[in-house]
Design a protein around this ligand. Structure first.
Ligand code: OAD
Length: 238
């Protein structure tokens, strides 16, 4: 390992699992209890908006019942100590990275704690329930608000910025993601294709993309990530 100048950390549901947030594809995960096509597509929202709003209302309400843990705090510490050199690109829609001290975060699949107006396109911080009767605080329309979530079939947010970061990074770490959902599942191959960056997978078990990583660490994020951050910070001091 060398001392790194640009670090990208991709995170998925596994990093929030130890906080008590359900993952999607593990046994008992969200996609075992709900069909994607019922709650997480633009079509589902057109067909049955109340059902989709309710699915996200329940998940939004869960935010206040969970706390960040050692892995989120470790990333917060890494960013603070390596100022300007760390970006968290997360597929997670919870706010546990923010609460763990990270500030340089890209929520590529959106955020539970926000809604947006389909009429005037403004985005609002939102911790309450949202229904088809709720009026847009800016333009007053209803129904108009939808969860600020990227559904299947929609384009993830900030892809241009993410592509530049992947191109420029010299360390790419993937934490708690099964490697099933593109484009995030393709990030490690994109990083490898332009050469020099080191790549590390931190996951409970080998992901779908495990063979693309130069280094793998398998176990709980809450145990492995603080260790990795400690190693990275020690390198900087050498
Ligand atoms: P998944 O549920 O597909 O995968 C979670 C991964 O985390 C699995 O590989 C687990 O082995 C691992 N894991 C579980 N507990 C862990 C722990 N304590 N420490 C480390 N790893 C652990 O979740 P994602 O890969 O995030 O998209 O799913 C990607 C996207 O699919 C989500 O953003 C969501 C979903 O459909 C949308 O809703 C658009």
């Amino acid at each position: 390992m060398a001392s790194y100048k640009n670090i990208v950390v991709l995170t998925g549901a596994g990093i929030s699992a130890e906080s008590g947030v359900s993952t999607f594809r593990d046994s008992g995960g969200l996609w075992e209890k709900h069909r994607i096509e019922d709650v997480a597509t633009p079509d589902a929202f057109r067909r049955d908006p109340e059902r989709v709003q309710n699915f996200y209302n329940l998940r939004r309400a869960q935010l206040s019942a969970v706390e960040p843990h050692a892995a989120h705090f470790a990333l917060g510490r890494l960013e603070k100590e390596l100022e300007g050199r760390v970006t968290v690109v997360t597929q997670n829609v919870d706010n546990l990275h923010e609460r763990g001290g990270s500030t340089n975060i890209i929520h590529m699949h959106g955020e539970l704690a926000k809604v947006r107006c389909q009429t005037c396109h403004q985005v609002f911080e939102w911790l309450e329930d949202c229904t088809q009767e709720t009026s847009c605080p800016a333009c007053g329309q209803s129904p108009a608000l939808r969860p600020h979530i990227v559904w299947f079939g929609e384009m993830p947010f900030e892809m241009d910025r993410i592509e530049s970061l992947l191109y420029e990074c010299d360390l790419f770490v993937s934490v708690g993601t099964s490697g099933n959902v593109y484009p995030a599942a393709g990030f490690v191959a994109a990083v490898r294709s332009h050469g020099m960056a080191h790549t590390i997978e931190v996951n409970l078990e080998p992901s779908e993309g495990v063979s693309y990583f130069a280094e793998t660490r398998h176990g709980k994020a809450g145990e492995l990530l603080p260790e990795l951050v400690e190693e990275l910070l020690t390198l900087r001091k050498k």
